[in-house]
Design a protein around this ligand. Structure first.
Ligand SMILES: *Cc1c(COP(=O)(O)O)cnc(C)c1O
Length: 557
């Protein structure tokens, strides 16, 4: 570990001079250095992957605090410390084993997972080309390739007529969507457009983008601008409220029904109330297609109808669930998404791309005109530069990776992965139901479910607890059990589920701790899931956990 960060003795042949600097930029000068480079690339492209396959552990037993002690050197060496070969060796030997093996089939806790092998190679090609999609002058063919792949996904969502795509696929004046850094910036972009759309220019006001929020509120005689989304909304929407000057308190969480979907009666009530109150305007309503915590999907057709009736921008956050549309079997789960004014889809989630890329799409190909920015040296008026309508500036060619992946996988290849995830999650739910030490909290609609450990003795107490106060007493005890269970399993390093807090009983203020499982690795199967539950049952028998259970018995209920 120490040789990574301790300056130590620097070998005399490691110098930063003009001659060596030149070598870093040009192609390998002779056969010998060519061979060396190829060897390094093999280490990276194949060695790293073999490594991931053989080390199943999520993390090693070294605590983060101990690791942090090896990373406290805050100086930059004047002279080079290491050759490329040694740096790569260090990464393989020292860094990779202490990183998280998200590729393990036992890693079923987060939305980051194994990626198809070829993704690493495609990513390397994108880096080698080093195109910048901000403008044509640094990307040329990649700019038109990007417009084509965006049109393909737009078509997946909206299924417009061939003539629509003929007009827009390479139209320099219109834009069907954008690549972003991820779902967060995709959501911010969608709400940015929605905000500008609902605070347009008037006779003495040039629009919110130019004059700012204070002037916009005055010009439109408003006191409050709001965004409505269910309690399950991703916190990036709150960030959007912050950066757009809407205020994150004005990103209002509408309560959910027992299926974790936005409560339509409550949403309708809020929309109608604000229609009465001329001082409040709704910038957007957000439907969730695959909630981060539960994988659940809002009633998109009903939400779309409500938005249409009231002329409100309808955004669908399908960062997680978007690619489900590629499965004929399950595409129906996202019915209504084609009514959305804008849609977020992440590439680094169920498109199985490496970190990090997302996309946002607009039904109206001129919607992005509301956020056009020009600069004298790039993105001049009338140019086809893709950077004119993006939140991000410089951007890598993520489109090349997605385009290639779609060719390699076909929609059917993606469909197989999506279907495996959903069906394996259903199998997992069945296994959880069949074990008397667990309670399934949310059914998997997609490939995400939540559950918690409820030891039989506490289950009896829970069933007997009829008031919120009594339930909370048992839940508090269960929270300790589940928090420790998740931690102990994670620290053991064999498997990983995540945890969150979810309201289980609609009358309770308390939101108990639940375990959360995301199944997207094609190697995660029934046998793996049984092993994960077996391990949890074993942990439940450990003295540390049994102790919490005793406290539970003594809880005043
Ligand atoms: C992951 C996620 C986001 C945020 O995406 P990032 O790529 O992490 O920025 C937004 N919404 C939903 C529903 C998500 O699952």
């Amino acid at each position: 570990m120490n040789n990574l960060t301790t300056p130590g003795k620097i070998p005399s042949d490691l110098v930063a001079d003009w001659h060596t600097l030149h070598r870093v930029f040009i192609r390998p000068e002779d056969e010998k250095s060519r061979q060396t480079l190829i060897k390094y690339m093999e280490q990276i492209l194949f060695g790293l992957h073999d490594f991931l396959n053989t080390h199943v552990g999520v993390t090693e037993a070294i605590p983060l605090a101990a690791l942090a002690q090896s990373f406290t050197d805050t100086t930059i060496n004047r002279e080079p410390e290491k050759k490329l070969a040694d740096v790569i060796q260090d990464i393989i030997n020292q860094i990779a084993p202490r990183a998280v093996n998200v590729a393990s089939p036992y890693f079923i806790g987060h939305m980051t997972s194994a990626i198809p092998f070829f993704m690493v190679h495609l990513k390397a090609i994108a880096a080698a080309l080093n195109q910048n999609l901000i403008k044509l002058e640094t990307s040329k063919v990649l700019s038109v390739l990007e417009k084509q792949v965006l049109a393909k996904i737009h078509r997946m969502i909206y299924s417009n007529a061939q003539t629509f795509y003929d007009i827009h696929v390479q139209n320099a004046n219109t834009c069907l969507g954008l690549f972003t850094n991820g779902g967060t910036t995709a959501n911010i972009t969608a709400l940015w457009v929605a905000r500008n759309r609902c605070l347009p220019a008037t006779a003495e006001f040039s629009g919110v983008e130019q004059d700012g929020m204070a002037a916009a509120m005055t010009a439109h005689d408003l006191e409050q601008l709001v965004v409505l989304v269910s309690e399950r909304g991703h916190y990036s929407l709150k960030k959007a409220g912050g950066v757009l000057g809407i205020g994150n308190k004005n990103v209002i969480a509408v309560k959910v029904n027992k299926h974790q979907q936005i409560d339509m009666a409550e949403l309708t009530r809020q929309v109608e109330a604000s229609a009465q109150n001329k001082k409040i305007r709704i910038a957007a309503i957000v439907g969730i297609a695959g909630a981060t915590e539960t994988g659940t999907i809002d009633p998109l057709p009903e939400m779309a109808r409500l938005c249409r009736t009231h002329g409100i921008h309808f955004h669908v956050d399908a960062a997680w669930g978007g690619p489900v549309m590629l499965s004929d079997k399950y595409a129906g789960l996202l019915d209504g998404i084609s009514e959305a004014d804008s849609v977020t889809i992440d590439c680094h989630k169920q498109f199985y791309m490496p970190m990090s890329a997302g996309m946002v799409f607009f039904k109206d190909p001129t919607a992005l005109d509301r956020i056009i920015y020009h600069a004298g040296y790039v993105n001049r008026k009338g140019s086809v530069d893709l950077g004119i309508k993006t939140l991000e500036g410089s951007r890598e060619a993520s489109s090349l990776i997605l385009d290639s992946a779609l060719k390699i996988m076909g929609s059917q290849g993606y469909a197989l992965m999506i279907e495996h995830g959903i069906e394996t999650a259903r199998l997992f739910a069945e296994k959880i139901r069949n074990r008397d030490r667990f309670q399934l909290v949310t059914e998997p609609v997609l490939n995400i479910l939540t559950y918690r450990a409820v030891p039989p003795a506490l289950n009896q107490l829970l069933e007997a607890a009829v008031t919120p106060a009594r339930r909370q007493a048992v839940d508090t005890c269960l929270d300790r059990i589940n928090t420790d269970l998740q931690r102990i399993q994670r620290e053991a390093g064999k498997s990983f589920v995540s945890r969150t807090c979810l309201k289980i009983h609609p009358d309770d203020a308390h939101t108990p701790v639940v375990l959360r499982s995301v199944i997207m690795n094609p190697y995660t199967d029934g046998r793996v899931l049984d092993q994960i539950l077996d391990e949890q049952e074993t942990i439940l028998q450990s003295p540390e956990i049994l102790q919490h259970q005793k406290i539970g018995f003594m809880a005043p209920i």
